[in-house]
Design a protein around this ligand. Structure first.
Ligand code: NI
Length: 207
């Protein structure tokens, strides 16, 4: 297994639609396990194949309070119910978070890593993570769900240097801070100057 590079916006693969997996072969499983390693290394809650440059419908999720990662192939959201406002981040938009509207609960279906069909009702962080990751497979980023007047905010105010976040001491494994965000890269320093996010609608700037 291997840790892969997580693509950052505006990489075009993040805007492409991933293809359905026809057979759960070794290549797909290797991709999925690499994605688990990559997600854990980045302290993320979820990762979609687009984010490591592979256009297959594969997502992985590991909730902060769960020991095992979930591997979902060809995931589908069958039903969405309700609306709620939640804070969200993304490993491909490192260093930022925003407020988006997500469902209160969803019904979800996918194939797991043993080719079993999984059907579940999800709420809270799991529901949010599933919606976020399935969006990725369709080329959608959470910033697309932000209202025009809303801005991305930096996760931490003091960091201003881009590019050097990967070596930070906070880029550890595990979820000890317990934050329910999609991105746990919350101490990284990939900021833009604050004026930028004030003057430019985030959705325009980040596409
Ligand atoms: Ni994401």
């Amino acid at each position: 297994m291997a840790i892969r590079e997580i693509l950052q916006i505006p990489h075009p693969v993040l805007r492409q639609k991933a293809r359905k997996v026809r057979a759960l072969n070794d290549d797909v499983l290797r991709l999925a396990y690499d994605m688990v390693d990559t997600m854990r290394d980045a302290n993320g809650v979820g990762l979609a194949a687009n984010q490591v440059g592979e256009l297959w419908r594969v997502i992985v999720i590991q909730l902060p309070d769960e020991e095992e990662a979930r591997i979902y192939v060809n995931p589908e959201i069958i039903i969405r119910e309700g609306e709620r406002r939640v804070e969200e981040g993304c490993l491909s938009i490192a260093g930022y978070k925003g407020i988006v509207t997500r469902s209160v609960w969803i019904r979800f279906r996918a194939m797991d890593h043993t080719s079993n069909v999984v059907k579940l009702k999800a709420e809270d962080v799991l529901s949010q993570a599933l919606e976020h990751e399935v969006d990725h497979l369709n080329g959608i980023l959470y910033t697309d769900h932000m209202e025009a007047h809303e801005k991305l905010v930096k996760v931490e105010p003091e960091g201003e240097n881009a590019e050097d976040s990967e070596d930070g001491e906070d880029n550890h494994n595990g979820h000890s801070d317990g934050t329910p965000h999609m991105s746990h890269n919350s101490e990284s320093g990939l900021w833009l100057p604050e004026e930028d996010s004030r003057n430019t609608p985030a959705t325009t700037k980040l596409k």
